[in-house]
Write a protein that binds this ligand. Structure first.
Ligand code: DGL
Length: 276
């Protein structure tokens, strides 16, 4: 029987995993953080695609029928190419009844935007790679052509969070800096999308700085979208085992991952090291 794989460049995907396990506790999950090569957000397309494909193939080899790219950078840069070029080849070699798929986090997130904004002015906060891909702008334009969208790359946020410095005064400085920059692009923004799975750890600081602005975080949106997807796709749902378990894998040191993961999860966990 198969598991659901959750992939992120590092710890950020744990915010998605937690929400998915709240919504769908019955399934078995395999979390993989490529911490040794994070952050992805400052790499080029080729590198992000190659790293993401390695991780996805690894998770398929570990019996994952579905892999969620719980990383906006990987979703923006690698999802479409994997779905169009790699999955058909991978599935052609698999027996009937054991087909696999990869899903991203951007589409479920943008679907929440039109109901949230009143001014129609929306800001997207993301890594440099996600911003340069324009994925949020393109996806938002597909579902609502009347929005004014501004983007802000926040290159310091992921390193601060990965270093456990998200409650520090350094984090205050960089939250204020990027919020000021995006609001100076458009003062009518009433909705900010946290387009990186690490950013929920800065949500309180962001809310204190961006007063009276709605903030969209992704966890619950991705979880609900996955529940809906599984209800419509028995070909994947019926492959999934139901032991309510979760295994954590990292390309970094396992003890280091286990300790830092407690910043993201309420529970203590124990991770295993793997090489990709
Ligand atoms: N958490 C990832 C995202 O959602 C990216 C972090 C990174 O730059 O590696 O974009």
């Amino acid at each position: 029987m198969a598991k659901i794989g959750i992939f992120d460049s590092g710890y950020g995907g744990l915010t998605i995993l937690e929400a998915i396990r709240r919504e769908l506790p019955q399934y078995d999950y395999l979390y993989l953080g490529d911490n040794a090569r994070a952050p992805y957000g400052t790499h080029s397309f080729d590198v992000i695609y190659r790293y993401t494909l390695q991780a996805v193939k690894y998770l398929f080899e570990q019996d994952c029928a579905l892999v969620i790219l719980a990383c906006n950078t990987a979703s923006a840069k690698a999802l479409r190419t994997i779905q169009q070029n790699d999955l058909p080849r991978i599935n052609a070699e698999r027996p009937a009844g054991h087909k696999v798929n990869v899903l991203g986090v951007i589409r479920p997130t943008v679907e929440a935007v039109p109901a949230m904004t009143k001014t129609g002015h929306v800001g997207v906060l993301a890594t440099p790679a996600t911003v340069s891909s324009e994925s949020y702008v393109l996806e938002l334009e597909k579902i609502a052509s009347n929005l004014t969208i501004s983007q802000q790359a926040c290159p310091m946020w992921v390193p601060l969070i990965e270093a456990g410095e998200h409650n520090s005064s350094g984090a205050d400085y960089f939250v204020e800096k990027y919020i000021r920059e995006i609001l100076s692009k458009d003062a009518q923004i009433d909705t900010l999308v946290l387009g990186c799975t690490h950013y929920p750890l800065l949500k309180e600081k962001i809310a204190q700085t961006a007063k009276n602005i709605g903030i969209i975080a992704q966890g619950d949106l991705v979880a609900k979208s996955l529940a809906d997807y599984l209800s419509r796709h028995p070909e994947y749902r019926e492959q999934l085992s139901l032991n309510a378990s979760c295994t954590y894998l990292t390309t970094e040191n396992a003890d280091r991952f286990s300790q830092s993961a407690s910043n993201f999860l309420a529970a203590e966990i124990s991770a295993k090291h793997i090489d990709l």
